[in-house]
Ligand binder design. Structure first.
Ligand code: KG4
Ligand code: ZN
Length: 356
């Protein structure tokens, strides 16, 4: 029953203002206003600028989402909003807007964990059944989650420092390649020799599924500086080979840790990957091979659903509503909100602030 309700979803926890209308698994509309241009001059997301832009753009995004979907507020059954984790000013903008809408219309209010939105996306895109394993891998997240239900998650491991997308972006910056770094590095890696430079495979010597990526970036910096000292600069082939070596190291670490996470979980219906870095062709192919070697379906939702959006928030809201019901107007915005309350806090935070 819960799946056939029509939900308005709102997302404003980082640098994308988003609104979407969902009916069951059907996305009637999904509007995303990104703030990249506003933050470009600062080399990162400025929380105050982000919060102000969310407050200015949310109502416009909601209007567009409703009109794209061909509905009005009276056709909406519930309002789902990201209530954390994320940059507090942005989360507050969304929560206040959702509370206002809920109070004015009498529609139920559902506070959604942003990471639950990502983690439940394989159910929205492919109808994957519980329980499944998901690797969230983006510029801000890197963790393995076993998903047993809309509010039941176990974290099997996470990065203790950088997120992989962040490492791709820093690598591109160190090599003078355009941002976002992932696609640039992937492009150059195509013509590179991944065996020319030795890159570490961090934490593979230790048991468990935790990951670390900051050492890779330091290794790249050292190789780059050595080449510059030896030859006075970098040739195109050097850049290609560095990119190939770096990308292969990320792939190897993520594949081995995925293998361990899969081996430690019983009864899975599938293995899913989500987040911007899941767009990496080499990584995606390697994870798919791993998954099929274990006889498990592999799900990689379309990129528009992997990056921040409000359709995933509406979906996670509907799933949560079906088991837990609605929140009330005391719903608060939470800067930190681990999905797995029993797991110790992750040491790393990622470029967009602490997430887990
Ligand atoms: O999920 P996302 O859009 O945003 C958040 O971080 O929340 O992920 C963006 C990250 C960036 O760091 C970008 O460099 C990386 O995903 N990325 C890639 C590729 N495409 C995007 N990394 C590796 N290979 C790619 N093809
Ligand atoms: Zn996100």
């Amino acid at each position: 029953m819960g799946h056939d309700i029509t939900v308005l979803g709102l997302e404003s926890s980082c640098d994308d203002t988003a609104a979407a209308v969902l009916r069951g698994r059907k996305i009637l509309s999904s509007v995303v206003a990104d703030q990249t241009a506003l933050h470009a001059a600062y080399g990162g997301v400025v929380p105050e600028i982000a919060a102000r832009a969310h407050a200015e753009k949310l109502d416009l995004c909601i209007e567009s989402a409703l009109s794209d979907a061909g509905v009005t507020l009276s056709n909406i059954d519930a309002i789902a909003v990201t209530a954390g984790p994320g940059l507090i000013g942005g989360v507050l903008s969304g929560v206040m807007m959702a509370k206002g809408l809920s109070a004015a219309t009498g529609k139920p209010l559902i506070g959604v964990n942003h990471l639950a939105g990502h983690a439940l996306t394989p159910r929205l895109s492919d109808g994957l059944g519980y329980p499944y394993l998901i690797l969230l891998v983006s510029g801000g997240h890197c963790q393995f989650l076993r998903v047993d239900g809309p509010t039941t998650f176990s974290r099997l491991g996470s990065t203790i420092d950088d997120a992989p997308g962040e490492a791709f972006d820093k690598t591109a910056r160190l090599l003078g390649l355009p941002q976002p770094g992932g696609p640039s590095v992937q492009h150059h890696a195509c013509d590179g020799d991944d065996a020319r430079f030795a890159f570490p495979r961090p934490l593979l010597d230790r048991p468990g599924c935790d990951l670390s990526f900051s050492g890779l970036k330091t290794a790249l910096l050292r190789q780059r500086d050595q080449l510059v000292a030896d030859q006075g600069g970098l040739h195109t082939q050097d850049v290609n080979d560095l990119c190939a070596g770096f990308q292969a190291a990320i792939r190897d670490v993520l594949v081995e840790k995925s293998r361990r996470a899969l081996a430690s979980s019983n009864g899975l219906t599938g293995f899913a990957v989500a987040g911007g870095v899941a767009a990496n062709t080499q990584l995606r192919t390697a994870l798919e091979t791993l998954s099929s070697s274990r006889g498990l379906p592999f799900v990689a939702p379309p990129l528009a659903l992997c990056t921040d959006n409000a359709a995933m928030i509406a979906f996670a809201g509907a799933e949560k509503f079906a088991v837990d019901g609605a929140d009330d107007l005391t719903l608060t915005a939470r800067p930190r909100w681990p999905l797995d309350q029993s797991a110790p806090a992750a040491l790393g935070s990622g470029k967009k602030g602490a997430k887990a």
